[in-house]
Design a protein around this ligand. Structure first.
Ligand SMILES: Cc1cc2nc3c(=O)[nH]c(=O)nc-3n(C[C@H](O)[C@H](O)[C@H](O)COP(=O)(O)OP(=O)(O)OC[C@H]3O[C@@H](n4cnc5c(N)ncnc54)[C@H](O)[C@@H]3O)c2cc1C
Length: 390
């Protein structure tokens, strides 16, 4: 067990980023309570999540890789196709402390407590106190003040396939719209949509709709919160609450995971160096929050830009995007070149928890990680295992 640090964090939101923070804090000896407004923690709302190598590596460092692999599947291919269905590009490509996770808890307000720390109030009247709140409550965070594209993600060995239909509905910068089930049905029943072929499968959107097990519709907002991601010493945001990107290249969660790593490193190192004075710890957290944002911002801005460009590219937002998408992208080798020259160097800069030691680096590839995972002292580790009979 790690030594316990003298701070406690109230995590608002039990989405994937909040839950990852909970795992990280339990590994680092940081006390926490997680408040999630839904009644169940893992609600299946229908969309898939693609984890990239730097995201999977974080899961491995938290000891969650085997569980993840047992419920996930390797992504074998992605297909982009024209509006007529012609495919023009295929790409290949510790038990968490459950008693600290509280569902059916909608956080309504957060206030400071005299002498330092915060108090979080929930809709059901309950309240929680801690050193600071970690806002992981997504795009509508309480913590913060006609072209159509089809994407199919598939694993040929699995029965599960994901179809994404993107449509540019609103001009950029328009306020977010809430969609309902009848909005989905209205879109699917449109003849120009329902008759759309799914690659070379012989199926149409209408067939996929008939065979579906889940469906959903969501506006794809984008933005990076400015000027800060923290409010004094008492609140800091991670994941979609701090930055929201369109999902076309599957980066949103991967970005949130890196936030958690960076923030956990900064907070645990600050608390470790601040000594035993509670006042000094609570009064200096904003420095750790600021360093977290400074470490993440450049990479977040790049991911934000890449996601936005690819979404506009696939929706043919402008003629130059259409030209690039239809003419340049299908050239054999362009996708591989982009992976090697753009994606790999970005992923190689993936962060790791400096306070969580592992037996070995879980993955090594052709492009080397910039930051190595901290390894267990082998002799001490063997002794420890012998003592515990492992
Ligand atoms: C269609 C689609 C496909 C995507 N595919 C990918 C992908 O392949 N790869 C990838 O990396 N990303 C992907 N993303 C993005 C990814 O889903 C998000 O980036 C990720 O879910 C963000 O996690 P989060 O925990 O920050 O926020 P959320 O997932 O939004 O979770 C926020 C949580 O906070 C809770 N909450 C909100 N308000 C309160 C409150 N007041 N009190 C208590 N709880 C509250 C909510 O109920 C929710 O559980 C996709 C997104 C979409 C829409």
């Amino acid at each position: 067990m790690p030594p316990t640090m003298d701070i406690s964090v109230i995590i608002v939101g039990g989405g994937p980023v909040g839950l990852t923070a909970a795992h990280a804090f339990s590994k680092l000896g940081i006390d926490f309570a997680l408040l999630e407004r839904r009644d169940i923690i893992a609600e299946d709302v229908g969309a898939s999540i693609v984890l990239w190598p730097h995201g999977i590596r974080i899961m491995a460092q938290l000891g969650l890789l085997d569980q993840l692999l047992s419920i996930g599947t390797e992504l074998m291919s992605g297909t982009f196709q024209t509006v007529n269905g012609k495919a023009f590009l295929r790409t290949s490509s510790p038990q968490l402390c459950k008693t600290k996770i509280h569902t059916s808890k909608t956080v309504t307000s957060i206030s400071s407590v005299p002498g330092g720390g915060i108090k979080v109030l929930c809709l059901d009247g309950t309240s929680y106190t801690g050193s600071f709140t970690l806002g992981a409550d997504g795009i509508h965070s309480v913590s913060t003040p006609k072209n159509l594209c089809l994407q199919v993600l598939a694993n040929e060995k699995s029965n599960v396939q994901f179809c994404f239909l993107y449509q540019l509905l609103l001009p950029d910068n328009s306020p977010s719209k809430k969609f309902t089930q009848s909005d989905i049905e209205a879109i699917i029943s449109r003849p120009d949509v329902s008759s759309r072929p799914l690659g070379g499968s012989g199926l149409t959107v209408k067939d996929a709709w008939r065979l579906k097990s889940k469906c959903g519709i969501t506006p794809l907002e984008e933005g990076i919160l400015k000027p800060e991601w923290h409010f004094g010493n008492q609140m800091v945001l991670v994941g979609d609450a701090a930055h929201k990107v369109t999902p076309t290249i599957g980066q949103g969660l991967n970005m949130g995971l890196l936030d958690v790593v960076s923030l956990a490193n900064q907070v645990s190192e600050f608390v470790g160096s601040a000594g035993s004075s509670r006042e000094k710890v609570l009064g200096g957290l904003d420095g750790a929050f600021r360093r977290y944002r400074a470490e993440r911002l450049e990479s977040v801005e790049k991911d934000y830009k890449r996601s936005g460009v690819v979404t506009r590219l696939t929706c043919w937002r402008e003629w130059r995007f259409k030209l690039f998408d239809r003419v340049v992208m299908p050239i054999p080798g362009v996708d591989v070149l982009l992976v090697n020259k753009v994606n790999s160097p970005i992923m190689a800069r993936g962060l790791v928890f400096r306070g969580i030691r592992v037996e070995r680096e879980p993955f090594e590839g052709r492009v080397k990680w910039k930051e190595k995972m901290p390894l267990l002292d082998k002799t001490a580790h063997d002794e420890e295992r012998k003592e515990s009979g492992g």
